[in-house]
Design a protein around this ligand. Structure first.
Ligand code: SF4
Length: 275
């Protein structure tokens, strides 16, 4: 029996490694029951991860390896803290009245929340029971795992579309683009609200054609409420260094304002509501 740890308040910018050395492999994470999970940390006052004031729970486990990832300490379950659903629900209940009064809710991010699908679903269901708006931030790579039961407790999907060009997607993430696009199309078909996020990395994802492909894909989707362009920054660089992993973007500059303006303009010109 694994020992439960403490659900840590903190920030996505905190470095957390080696909290659960006995955790299972990352691609075998879902215990189907979802009574226990692995978490990096949580924040309680985000204004960027969904409508209103958000509590954000960062879960461990991700199958992508984005070269620009700000949180490589969320890639492996073993780096997260082993926690129970009861721990999360009881902590969330403390914040629920404030979140409700500020028109907000709970966002589960990571890592990738669909690695631990059953645990994520249980947390979202508990949040819905508290009258909270629910969201996940996901790459969509595991979108095929999201069954009706999972989607029924989800009000919003913040979907990271990391690249329009499939080869660039592979170069940036180490994985295929197709599952993400498939998930986006499925969400569009069912009318599930989506915010699309695009990380703008100079020299990697900033090619006009790469942006144009996402813009044209997303523009006809009536369920996409926002396209958010997120400029690359170096706030996560120290984590790569501390963890001793090769950081390909060590010399990549932050995305400058004129580049961000061009890319937001491309999305808007295609008919997207972009910011
Ligand atoms: S999907 Fe997110 S957590 Fe996973 S490697 Fe990419 S940026 Fe990092």
């Amino acid at each position: 029996m694994l020992q439960l740890g403490k659900l840590e308040a903190g920030s996505r910018h905190d470095l957390r490694v080696g909290m659960s050395p006995d955790a299972p492999a990352d691609d075998d994470a879902d215990d189907r029951e979802g009574r226990f999970g692995y978490a990096h940390s949580y924040e309680t006052s985000s204004r960027y991860d969904g409508p209103g004031l958000r509590a954000v729970l960062f879960l461990s486990g991700c199958l992508l390896r984005c070269t620009y990832c700000h949180n490589p300490d969320t890639w492996h379950l073993k780096d997260g803290t082993y926690i129970s659903i009861e721990q999360v629900v009881s902590r969330l209940a403390d914040f629920a009245p404030a979140l409700r009064s500020m028109g907000g809710g709970l966002t589960i991010s990571g890592g990738e929340p669909m690695v631990q699908l059953a645990f994520t679903r249980r947390v979202l269901a508990a949040a819905k029971d508290m009258g909270l708006h629910t969201a996940i931030e996901t790459s969509g790579f595991l979108g095929d795992r999201a069954d009706e039961k999972f989607l029924s407790v989800l009000d919003l999907v913040i979907l990271d579309i990391k690249s329009g060009d499939p080869d660039t997607y592979k170069k940036a993430t180490g994985r295929d683009q197709a599952p993400t696009l498939r998930f986006a199309e499925r969400l569009a078909k069912m009318g599930k609200p989506v915010w699309v996020r695009f990380t703008l990395v100079p020299g990697l994802t900033d090619d006009p054609d790469n942006v144009e492909r996402i813009a044209k894909f997303v523009a006809p989707m009536q369920n996409v409420q926002w396209v958010e362009v997120q400029p690359f920054h170096q706030l996560g660089a120290f984590k790569w260094k501390a963890m001793g992993i090769d950081y390909k973007e060590a010399n990549t500059p932050s995305a400058p304002p004129d580049l961000v303006k061009r890319v937001v303009g491309q999305f808007q010109a295609a008919g997207c509501r972009a910011r």
